[in-house]
Ligand binder design. Structure first.
Ligand code: SF4
Ligand code: SF4
Length: 227
């Protein structure tokens, strides 16, 4: 590990609960056919690494779909954006190109939702390639230690970081708990229906001004550790 990576890793350890590095070529071959594919070569001239970062959610604040879940998510997004800013500043000062994937605040107003979904870097796939978890039936990233109760974002940089990829492990045991707990019927044996999920959230948003739902996160207790 070179000096820049060591300093960068120390910074990451002080600011987030977990992180991973993915070589841009590995990301391109794994994610090119995804619906929300974003080409890192469109973001900076010489992309080398995508850094995925994540923080744990607070279960207690996710218990009732509505305004509190929305503010919980918005607050985490702001925290992640601040971390992205600090990481970008560090890398930029060292002379590297950087593109932070700032997280958006939730807005479920149609017909914008498809555009918003398309505009987000597929952090779940990046985290999966980094070997730190898998994607469950609930369409969420399941971290190997913290389960589905996490939020992610990513940063693309010209810095080249080494990372030992772990062997991929499917952490979803198909227990079906997330399907049972989804109030919108958006999770079924066939998979995730974003339209149903977002329609449910849009209804909540019309009532409260803000909307969030964490039932599918809460349901997935697989390898949870909220210490
Ligand atoms: S709740 Fe069960 S089926 Fe749903 S993602 Fe988690 S492990 Fe998979
Ligand atoms: S998939 Fe279901 S449980 Fe998950 S956020 Fe959407 S409505 Fe809530």
């Amino acid at each position: 590990m070179n000096r820049v990576q060591r300093e960068f890793t120390e910074l990451l350890n002080s600011k987030v609960d977990f992180f991973g590095f993915v070589n841009v070529r590995d990301y391109c071959s794994a994610a090119r056919n995804e619906e929300n594919w974003i080409d890192p070569f469109d973001l900076i001239a010489e992309p080398k690494t995508i850094v995925v970062i994540g923080v744990k959610t607070v279960d207690e604040l996710l218990k009732r779909p509505g305004k509190n879940v929305a503010w919980h998510n918005i607050t985490i997004n702001i925290k992640l954006n601040q971390v992205l800013y600090d990481l970008s500043r560090f890398l930029s000062k060292k002379g590297f190109q950087v593109f932070p994937h700032f997280t958006i605040n939730q807005n479920y107003t149609p017909p914008k939702w498809q555009d918003i979904a398309r505009d987000v870097m597929p952090s779940k796939i990046i985290a999966k390639i980094a070997g730190i978890g898998s994607i469950g039936r609930n369409n969420l990233f399941i971290h190997k230690e913290f389960g589905a109760g996490v939020r992610l974002t990513a940063l693309t940089t010209s810095a080249e970081f080494n990372w030992v990829h772990k062997v991929y492990e499917n952490l979803c045991n198909s227990c079906g708990l997330c399907i049972n707990m989804c109030p919108a019927g958006a999770l079924t044996e066939k998979g995730y229906d974003p339209e149903r999920c977002w329609q449910f959230l849009y209804k909540l948003q019309k009532t409260w001004g803000y909307a969030g739902c964490g039932n599918c996160m809460l349901a997935c207790g697989r390898k949870r550790n909220n210490s």
